[in-house]
Ligand binder design. Structure first.
Ligand code: GLP
Length: 247
């Protein structure tokens, strides 16, 4: 696990986007896993402006959502597919057919996981998976207690996660879905490379558990310690509780 402590979010974002562009230049058919959430927003903004300026061709890249809410209307702007369309796919002029995601239709909830796993495999697996982290150490919607070998499946959301995400639902907690479908921890760890980002002090405890804590289902991000190619990019605030920060 490579831990990169940057001066501030801006520096981290520039580094991550330059890296992604280099990866795509090197392999036009790269498959990229996309997390949603505040931590990723500046990365998508930078990718859009940088991507427009540079001559990089994203036509053959395939994009895969990390997770999706269940129970929202097809046209709900809070759906992760809609968020990624708005933040990345549309402004960068990507083909929406190249954006894949789990099928959030409640009726197909049980089948949706295996179907999505098949789609990922058919694309050759994920080359580069981006991740944020929840305050409780969750990745995707793998809440504490998730099996470290889990595959894409339906999960119930914890109250803390719903509260944190209420800001995307006009601050109305009751509007936040109670269920989601998420790539499992085993699915995430199948990606060839993982990049986890966190900005600000509110994530410091989760980052300490992820990087230095024991590998435990109670801190799902700690499973990343077992992956051979992980980069954790954090700012000074998120690095605050790392015991080996200076090392
Ligand atoms: C949600 C998403 C996660 C994300 C987390 C943190 O729960 N499902 O993928 O990592 O939020 O989000 P933020 O970056 O907004 O703090």
């Amino acid at each position: 696990m490579k831990v990169v402590i940057v001066e501030d979010e801006r520096q981290g974002v520039e580094m991550i986007v330059s890296d992604l562009i280099a990866v795509v230049k090197n392999k036009a058919t790269t498959t990229v896993g996309l997390a949603t959430g505040g931590s990723m927003e500046t990365i998508y903004e930078e990718l859009v402006s940088h991507g427009r300026e540079s001559a990089v061709n994203f036509d053959e890249v395939r994009w895969f959502l990390l997770d999706e809410y269940l129970g929202l209307n097809a046209d709900d702007p809070a759906r992760y597919r809609a968020v990624i369309r708005k933040q990345l796919v549309d402004p960068l002029g990507l083909d929406p057919a190249h954006l894949y995601g789990p099928e959030p239709d409640l009726a197909s909830g049980e089948d949706a996981g295996p179907k999505y796993e098949t789609a990922i495999r058919a694309a050759g697996g994920i080359d580069l998976q981006f991740l944020g982290i929840g305050r409780d150490g969750h990745i995707g919607f793998n809440e504490p207690g998730s099996s470290l070998a889990s595959r894409t499946r339906v999960k119930k959301l914890r109250p803390e996660t719903r509260e944190d995400n209420a800001r995307y639902f006009g601050g109305h907690l009751s509007a936040v879905p109670t269920m989601a479908i998420t790539q499992g921890i085993g699915t995430i760890c199948d990606a060839r490379r993982l990049v986890l980002v966190a900005w600000g002090e509110a994530k410091a405890e989760a980052i300490a558990k992820c990087v230095e804590g024991p590998v435990t289902a109670m801190a799902p991000a700690s499973a990343l310690q077992l992956h051979p190619h992980v980069t954790v990019v954090i700012d000074q605030g998120a690095a605050q509780q790392l015991q080996l920060k200076d090392y």
